[in-house]
Design a protein around this ligand. Structure first.
Ligand code: NAD
Length: 285
């Protein structure tokens, strides 16, 4: 069996065009403040990608770049100003932040109505309760991907590897919503005998940040495999000196799965597409 490779770029494009259409119908230009502290190269490329996507969708971005030694107080002051600025609908602080800044303090300072990442405890709490809220973009993108390719989720066993606040935990809460109705197992570093769980998965979502963690023998024949991992693996033969690798050994998994997302070109583009949707939503609120 050779899996169908899910075209995340194509589904993301459709989602982006939909966001652009919604934005066009508004009387204001949805605008996102994008705050980057320091010069982490991966963060810089994520921020640039998000700003380009906003502009292509006819939305605005306020690009705010701060030096790595910015104090927590200065960043909190900036957040307060952006909260009060009616021309800014969404606020995105690119993570990770430099170590001397407490990420929780910063996330909690963002007005939940402008929290387009969906990381604020108010939005997370609403997600758990099944209420309307900003849903974190990566897990939301995964759910949209599954829906767009017509994967049946009701009654299926979804196994997530990774319990982070930005992927694993919100995804668990989305997948157990009644309209999705999956049964979910969440694995993490404390899980013993990981393969015994992954082999039970009808839908396997790898979000561990560990390149090649999921080998072919850990996948049930015919499973849907969603690879969230984006790992920079050193490679002297690559132009940039590294290659992006997923958490799944693609060449092995493709022989076992029915559907699989590639890295890059799978979940990544969906994350940006869902961000655009959240920015439009923030402008409507
Ligand atoms: P994280 O480091 O915060 O969390 C990783 C989780 O995986 C942890 O909860 C840990 O318990 C678990 N884990 C790690 N190794 C494991 C192992 N060997 N067995 C079982 N569990 C294990 O990472 P994150 O921020 O959730 O990101 C995960 C991966 O997804 C990273 O590669 C990241 O780059 C990628 N990511 C991609 C997107 C995207 O848009 N495509 C978005 C966010 C994160």
């Amino acid at each position: 069996m050779s899996a169908i490779i899910i075209d995340g770029k194509a589904i993301a494009l459709k989602t982006r065009l939909d966001a652009a259409e919604k934005a066009k119908r508004l009387s204001v230009m949805p605008t996102l403040a994008v705050v980057l502290v320091g010069e982490n190269p991966a963060s810089l490329s994520y921020v640039t990608g998000k700003e380009k996507a906003l502009s292509e969708a006819g939305m605005g971005s306020r690009d705010i770049r701060l030096p790595a030694d910015t104090t927590e107080d200065a960043l909190l002051k900036l957040i307060a100003d952006l909260n009060a600025d009616a021309t800014v609908h969404g606020i995105l602080v690119q993570l990770p932040l430099p170590r001397h800044i407490n990420e929780e303090h910063i996330i909690e300072a963002i007005d939940p109505k402008k929290d387009v990442d969906g990381f604020h405890p108010v939005n997370m709490g609403k997600l758990v309760l099944g209420e309307d809220c900003f849903i974190p973009c990566t897990p939301h993108g995964i759910v949209v991907l599954l829906k767009e390719i017509g994967i049946e989720t009701k009654g299926k066993h979804a196994v997530i590897v990774g319990r982070s606040n930005i992927v694993g935990k919100p995804l668990l809460n989305l997948l157990i919503r009644k309209n999705i109705n999956a049964t979910v197992t969440l694995c993490h570093t404390g899980t013993q005998n990981l393969p015994s769980y992954t082999r039970q998965a009808d839908i396997l979502i790898a979000a561990a940040g560990s390149p090649g963690l999921i080998s072919g023998d850990m996948i049930k024949e015919g499973a849907v495999v969603i690879d969230v991992g984006v790992n920079r693996v050193e490679d002297a033969t690559a132009k940039k000196g590294f290659r992006l690798k997923g958490d799944v050994l693609f060449d092995e998994a493709v022989e076992k799965a029915s559907y699989i997302t590639p890295v890059p070109g799978g979940v990544g583009p969906m994350t940006i597409a869902m961000l655009l949707q959240n920015v439009v939503q923030a402008a409507i609120l």
